[in-house]
Write a protein that binds this ligand. Structure first.
Ligand code: DGL
Length: 267
């Protein structure tokens, strides 16, 4: 098979990375996409680097066995903790979401004051703050963990008053901080955009790593001459546990998934 005809692999700890898959599909409708949601091991955000790296490598190898031409690590936690290991283990290009998100934020801020919200592990890794400082030296960046956002999104409580209350509490340290850009550094947070924006106010630009990752994936494929021409791309979905639940939530998110295959793994 011609290399350009091969699929792009996308993985996340669960369903959240479907926000990245949707951004890729919108931007490159002709590309075949294979998505893996590690529903057996979610959440990654409260796990160790060793565990997240082990799970990420096992999934990457599975996707590689499906003949992918490029791997997009849709999970922020995995991008923060395991990207280097993934890049050195695979023969294909690997793209995470941290660099694109940091690049978009560094370009968007006018006053050089940026915050990032993510899982505990992403925040602890310091990956976003380091990437922001590299892109724009002198930038003032702070990171906040918002662990309850993930289960609230998974529960479908996107506009729920409880979610608003949790957001008010978590984001309190940002009030009066003078930031003008906020990175949504977790796959699930773009689904809470309205709630988060109401709390931080209209002057703060919300940066969605998913959109910028899709832009950079397309640029990379272009550079390598690997963009697929032809008709609409195929979508294929795998989950390591509870595929029916995955399918239900995927449809709730507006992803047109016909079926989800079960692929359990030990790592
Ligand atoms: N996918 C994870 C991330 O973007 C969030 C969910 C989890 O903790 O696994 O960081």
């Amino acid at each position: 098979m011609k290399k350009s005809q091969r699929p792009i692999g996308v993985f996340d700890s669960g369903i959240g990375g479907l926000t990245v898959l949707s951004a890729l599909a919108r931007r490159m409708p002709n590309e075949h996409l294979i998505y893996f949601g590690d529903t057996a091991h979610v959440p990654y955000g409260s796990k160790s680097k060793e565990a997240v790296t082990r799970f990420s490598l096992a999934i990457a190898r599975f996707l590689e066995s499906k003949g992918i031409k490029l791997l997009v690590v849709a999970c922020n936690t995995s991008s923060a903790l395991a990207l280097r290991e993934l890049k050195s283990a695979l023969k294909i290009p690997v793209l995470g979401v941290i660099e694109p998100g940091a690049r978009a934020a560094a370009a968007a801020t006018r006053n050089g004051r940026v915050a990032v919200i993510g899982t505990e592990a992403t925040v602890r890794s310091g990956a976003y703050v380091a990437a922001l400082k590299k892109k724009r030296p002198g930038i003032h960046a702070k990171a906040l963990a918002c662990p309850l956002f993930v289960p609230l999104v998974e529960e479908g409580w996107w506009g729920h008053r409880v979610t608003s209350e949790v957001a008010k509490d978590y984001l309190k340290p940002l009030r009066g901080s003078g930031i003008d850009a906020l990175i949504l550094g977790c796959t699930h947070y773009p689904l809470l955009k309205k709630t988060i924006s109401r709390v931080v106010g209209p002057k703060v630009r919300l940066i969605d790593s998913a959109e910028q990752t899709a832009v950079e994936t397309e640029e990379l494929l272009d550079e390598m001459g690997l963009k697929r021409r032809g008709g609409p791309g195929r979508r294929e979905f795998y989950a390591s546990d509870a595929p029916k639940r995955f399918l239900r939530i995927a449809r709730l998110l507006g992803v047109k998934a016909k079926s989800v295959k079960l692929h359990p793994f030990d790592a």
